[in-house]
Write a protein that binds this ligand. Structure first.
Ligand code: F6R
Length: 366
């Protein structure tokens, strides 16, 4: 049932090229410039007329929501708020009939997310679900939605659910941008074609596994890790840190790279590995300066870079390469080495990778 892999988590990491394809299959017709999500087409006016979109989720699904915030705002020019479902439900959120809520959940059973949906519905909002489990409570409670086609996710640490959620959210953002006329035809077509190539890019990223294993071996005994990223890759830094802490029990923190100087920089010394996502982007030069600041304080740098990178390669102690891809799609590839790094470290420490202590696959209590 693990398909020859030692753990479900590893199997699920390696399934990502296939399940990303399964998620866009029949919905993305790149040659014809078409994105067609059944649940969206019938309600597209709700999104277009909404003053904003509020995303509610927990954990890894909340991180996928943060990635969506960047792409929705950039392409579709819709203001987006991303909320922890557990906070949203106990606040007195300002929500009315015009609001659109997107609830993201792999299991479709997370108690806080379900309660947030019920609250939003009571106030008349339109609720759209992005779930993996067909027929789950959240998929039944939402007004409409799109499933991710990740297949069963058994490992407690969410991996393929995250990348398929981003795939669906990217399609929604592109479709809304097209409908609103807020994206150029050139950019729209480019991103459709590149999205179709993501499975190939993810396969390429997976080829770095052997090297990542060596890096894991060097840093497995570290007591702390810092993860830094900017823009689209800030949420990936958070997700990388969550993955490491939940399965290896090593303390890790994710931060937007530029926030480092407002506090966390005090933590940096020769004992501190810092994972920096430093792929080609609008912020590349800025991230390079952040790396220089870490180096000046003797921090150990593990950088996720674009293939062919030379600048960061020279500065970093170790690099993990991912293929070149348009910036908005980079989270789909930069996540891969971070998943593998956590997996290998946890395995080397003898942890129960698929069933980490204190955690359950779906959190049905608040
Ligand atoms: C992290 C993880 C959890 C879940 C969270 C939400 O690897 O698995 O943080 O992401 O409990 O679960 P779903 O997506 O099922 O609502």
């Amino acid at each position: 049932e693990k398909g020859g892999y030692e753990h479900f988590m590893l199997k699920e990491i390696y399934e990502q090229p296939q399940v990303i394809k399964d998620t866009y299959r029949g919905r993305l017709l790149a040659d014809q410039g078409i994105i067609k999500l059944g649940g969206l087409e019938d309600h597209i006016h709700r999104f277009i007329n909404a003053p904003r979109v509020t995303i509610v989720a927990c954990g890894t699904s909340w991180h996928a929501g943060l990635v969506a915030e960047y792409i929705f705002e950039d392409w579709a020019r819709i203001p987006v708020e991303v909320e922890y479902a557990s906070e949203f439900r106990y606040r007195n959120p300002v929500i009315s009939e015009k609001d659109v809520i997107i609830a993201i959940s792999q299991s479709g059973e997370t108690a806080d997310t379900l309660a947030a949906i019920k609250l939003a519905k009571q106030r008349g909002a339109f609720v759209y679900g992005v779930c993996n489990v067909v027929g789950s409570s959240i998929s039944r409670e939402t007004d409409s939605g799109s499933y991710t086609h990740a297949g069963p996710e058994i490992g407690v640490a969410s991996t393929k659910a995250f990348t398929t959620q981003i795939t669906v959210l990217t399609m929604i953002a592109l479709r809304l941008a097209q409908a609103k006329g807020t994206i150029s035809t050139r950019d729209y077509m480019l991103h459709l074609r590149e999205l179709e190539l993501v499975p190939t890019y993810v396969s390429e990223a997976l080829e770095g596994d052997g090297k990542i294993q060596e890096i894991a071996n060097v840093f497995k005994d570290a007591a702390n890790f810092l993860y830094l990223g900017r823009g689209y890759n800030f949420p990936v830094a958070l997700e990388g840190a969550l993955k490491l802490k939940e399965i290896s029990y090593i303390h890790a923190e994710g931060y937007p790279a530029a926030e480092m100087k407002h506090g966390p920089i005090a933590l940096i010394d020769e004992q501190m590995p810092v994972v920096v996502i430093a792929v080609n982007s609008n912020h590349y030069e800025k991230v390079v300066s952040n790396i220089e600041e870490i180096k000046a304080r003797k921090g150990k740098i593990i950088a996720v870079v674009t293939e062919g990178d030379t600048t960061v390669k020279e500065l970093a102690d170790y690099i993990m390469e991912v293929p070149q891809i348009p910036e908005a799609l980079t989270p789909l590839v930069t996540t891969i080495p971070l998943q593998l790094l956590s997996y290998h470290i946890a395995l080397m420490l003898g942890r129960n990778v698929d069933q980490p202590r204190n955690l359950a696959k779906s959190v049905t209590v608040e």
